[in-house]
Write a protein that binds this ligand. Structure first.
Ligand SMILES: NC(=O)c1ccc[n+]([C@@H]2O[C@H](COP(=O)([O-])OP(=O)(O)OC[C@H]3O[C@@H](n4cnc5c(N)ncnc54)[C@H](OP(=O)(O)O)[C@@H]3O)[C@@H](O)[C@H]2O)c1
Length: 261
């Protein structure tokens, strides 16, 4: 876990912790939120990329700090939250880090299934559990979970990926009930939302280790006319967070127009 130095916020804008900020949706979300004045903590494993993004954001007048780490490590997540607390009040979590192992069942390694659950589900739960105490104390906070349409439909050779995303959706539904109960009793605005994208043009498919499957998945993506861009999802996250406090956008399903399923 490494940190870089940059100034504390000096204002009361809630700090946003964004996991998986080194590429794709997380990177675009960090740019988008920072551009409207939200200080951001960038988390991921590839430090050079995070440093470059933090530099870009600060050069444009935004506030960004880096917390290099792995969401599967509770210590790394705790360190990232401490970086945010050092800047001010951590009021936004965008739990976005994820991987997608797709491969024929005959060649699936159990370790890859476990790694997917550890990253997409346990890692996300690590983040939510670590940010919750401060949000509960403040009685305000936004938790945005980047899920997928894979959580509501089947995709070939991707059963564990789909299962992690379905679990994220149900986790959000249940958590929302618990948070709403506390808001009703104590006042406050604690919101949890899922964003469930279809195909987005990112580096995600590069993480598929099975070569033939990776190439087939990339070909399928390229066959979709105009896939979503990471910026489309970033705009959706900003809309969720910037909605008036009494408005909770529960779930957003967002597909490329040409993708019907
Ligand atoms: N692209 C799509 O079509 C699509 C569709 C639906 C949902 N999604 C979801 O969107 C999210 C973002 O994916 P993306 O499409 O933007 O792909 P991406 O460009 O590959 O980004 C994935 C991010 O997750 C980070 N990450 C992976 N494992 C991590 C770990 N153990 N600890 C910390 N960070 C980790 C990566 O950073 P480091 O490697 O630097 O750690 C990277 O920044 C994922 O949850 C994915 O399931 C994507």
């Amino acid at each position: 876990m490494t940190l870089n130095a940059s100034p504390t916020t000096g204002n009361d804008r809630p700090i946003a912790l964004i996991t998986g900020a080194s590429s794709g949706i997380g990177q675009a979300t960090a740019r988008r939120l920072a551009s409207s004045g939200t200080p951001v903590v960038l988390m991921g494993r590839r430090r050079e990329r995070l440093d470059a993004l933090a530099e870009e954001i600060t050069s444009q007048g935004g506030l960004a700090r880096v917390s290099t780490g792995d969401v599967t490590s509770v210590q790394d997540v705790t360190d990232a939250v401490e970086v945010a607390n050092d800047m001010g009040h951590l009021g936004i979590l965008v739990a976005n880090a994820g991987i997608i192992p797709i491969e024929p069942l005959e060649e699936t390694e159990l370790e890859r299934w476990h790694r997917t659950i550890d990253t997409n589900l346990s890692g996300l739960v690590n983040c939510v559990h670590t940010v919750l105490p401060a949000m509960l104390e403040e009685k305000r906070g936004d938790i945005v979970l980047i899920s997928s349409v894979a959580g509501r439909q089947t995709f070939p050779e991707a059963s564990v990926y789909c299962a992690t995303k379905a679990a994220v959706n149900h986790f959000a539904d249940c958590l929302r009930v618990d948070l709403a109960k506390r808001c009703a009793k104590q006042g406050g605005h604690l919101r949890v939302s899922t964003v469930q994208p279809g195909i987005v043009q990112t580096e995600l498919l590069e993480s598929i280790e099975h070569e033939a499957t990776r190439e087939a998945a990339k070909a399928f993506t390229e066959s979709v006319l105009e896939p979503l861009l990471p910026e489309d999802i970033a705009e959706t996250v900003a809309w969720i967070i910037e909605s008036p406090p009494h408005v909770s956008i529960n779930d957003v399903v967002i597909r490329p127009t040409a993708m019907t399923r």
